[in-house]
Write a protein of this length. Structure first.
Length: 502
């Protein structure tokens, strides 16, 4: 599948695939949109294009990523693991042994080179240019998401900065509380690269915000990349073509040429405001805290621009599948660092940073504990509060199976490890903000070299009888959902429901 070239191509594809509903009725971005979307997301419903949001002439697109199927459509793949396989092929490049291998290697290197963003002279994102006094954020249908929020929030931006010292570009997805018609707060959390760029400047930092991108570039803004890797390069790699950028009018940055709306501006060192509270993806309101003020110096857009938004709150919400895409795409990179890892799962109900389930090829005592410590040292996974380790044959996406292993295989005195370390900015549970306790649970089988008694065999039917029952299942006249080896289809359906799959 060819990924959509811009937001409008994406909307056409969603409509063609029966994945989008246009809402012609006037709907209020103040709370009403949120309630509609929350019900739709939790029912596995379609993307919504509100054509007549109250108080704005710009349509509002939301729930574009709200199911696995739409996330796959967005990335142009059949399965999320297909996107991971593309990345894995590059990470596993070895010195070529022969002509065929050299040709393959050159193709991969060319693919990386072709992924670099390129600057073009003009783009539709600058069809309309509003400067200085013309800037008016009130033109946009910015959502007031939850009753306890103090103001409307921009929730699906690609926020662009450059490291003042190295010049490295960062593209991140940070919520922005609207302060007035020309400024917002910028929610740069403690552990995020945008905050690092802000802290590295002695005075003014240029900031631009792109709204309404093609779905791959939007996703890339949410991806937890190392600081030295350009998110636009990842987008180009996943798209198979470079992201085209245009120079801003009032600052030094470049922005995607295909954006629907761009906000150009800057932040000043020491210019802070109280931001929040905000109904966040943790299911709770995050606390009000001081964050930088973003001053908008220009607002550019396409004619009839479409405004994108997303609602987060008690999971599952639309961001579940952005998180699941990251889980799958970054598995090869995690395996490069911790090769014994077979698979992992970040449960949606755990808000992604509260729990990691991981299966490993276990070959020595203490290996599960090694993996726990490795996860607590990997990028933003270092903020994980709890890690559960199971054996390689356990399906980490089947939460009932994982829970069975935890209850069956764990001696709490021996297999539970308590430690402490950095925690997510939004985690309200620890006594101290940003730092607190962590728990690791070793739910693997134990052997004699781990000082246990003889471990019992699992109950498994032999292959001959399973094959016999598979062949004869229709003769029994029993509900077919229970058919198949060891009840696999029924278990698979349960897992799909757990993962919000349609």
């Amino acid at each position: 599948m060819t990924p959509p070239g811009d937001l409008r191509d994406w909307i056409r594809l969603l409509e063609q695939e029966g994945e989008l509903v246009r809402v012609p009725a006037e709907v209020d971005p103040h709370l009403e949109v949120t309630e509609i979307v929350d019900r739709t997301v939790k029912a596995g419903g379609p993307a919504l294009l509100f054509e007549n949001p109250k108080g704005s002439e710009h349509p509002l697109l939301i729930n574009q990523f709200g199911t696995e199927r739409r996330m796959c459509l967005a990335l142009g793949v059949e399965r999320l693991d297909d996107a991971a396989a593309k990345l894995e092929s590059v990470l596993e490049m070895q010195p070529p042994q022969g002509l065929a291998e050299k040709v393959k290697g050159l193709k991969k290197l060319k693919s990386i080179a072709d992924s670099m963003p390129k600057t073009v002279r003009s783009g539709p994102s600058q069809e309309i240019v509003l400067r200085q006094n013309e800037v008016d954020l009130d033109l946009l249908p910015i959502q007031h998401c939850w009753p306890g929020d103090p103001a409307p929030f921009i929730t699906l931006p690609a926020v662009i900065t450059r490291d003042p010292k190295t010049g490295t570009r960062n593209v991140g997805m940070y919520r922005m509380q609207k302060l007035d018609s020309k400024s917002t707060a910028m929610h740069w959390q403690l552990h995020k690269d945008g905050r690092m760029d802000y802290l590295a400047t002695d005075g003014r930092l240029d900031v631009s915000v792109a709204l309404g991108l093609d779905p791959i570039t939007t996703y890339s803004a949410s991806a937890p990349l190392p600081k030295h890797i350009d998110e636009f390069m990842l987008a180009g790699f996943l798209k198979g073509e470079p992201v085209e950028l245009v120079k801003c009018n009032t600052n030094s940055l470049e922005v995607p040429a295909n954006a629907e709306i761009v906000l150009e501006g800057h932040v000043e060192q020491g210019d802070l405001t109280i931001e929040g509270p905000f109904g966040d993806h943790t299911g709770y309101y995050s606390a009000a805290e001081p964050f930088p003020v973003f001053h908008v110096t220009a607002m550019t857009m396409r004619a009839d621009a479409i405004y994108p938004s997303i609602v987060v709150g008690k999971p599952p919400a639309e961001d579940a599948w952005l998180g699941k895409a990251t889980e799958r795409i970054f598995l090869p990179a995690i395996r490069m660092s911790v090769p014994e890892i077979v698979d992992y799962d970040l449960p949606v109900a755990g808000a992604f940073h509260n729990c990691v389930l991981v299966s490993i090829r276990k070959s020595f005592p203490g290996q599960p504990q090694k993996v726990m410590h490795a996860i607590w040292g990997l990028g933003l996974l270092s903020l994980t509060k709890s890690v559960v380790v199971v054996d390689e044959h356990v399906n980490v996406h089947d939460y009932e199976e994982v829970f069975f292993r935890v209850t069956a295989n764990v001696d709490p005195k021996r297999d539970v490890m308590l430690t402490e370390g950095p925690l997510d900015h939004l985690d309200h549970a620890p006594t101290r903000q940003f730092y607190g306790g962590k728990i690791g649970i070793d739910a693997t089988h134990k052997g004699p070299d781990e000082g246990t008694r003889e471990w019992p065999d699992e109950i498994v039917m032999n292959d001959e009888i399973r094959s016999l029952v598979d062949r004869r299942w229709r003769e029994y006249g029993i509900d077919t959902d229970a058919g198949g080896a060891n009840g696999a289809p029924a278990r698979r359906n349960r897992v799909l429901r757990q993962l919000l799959r349609r």
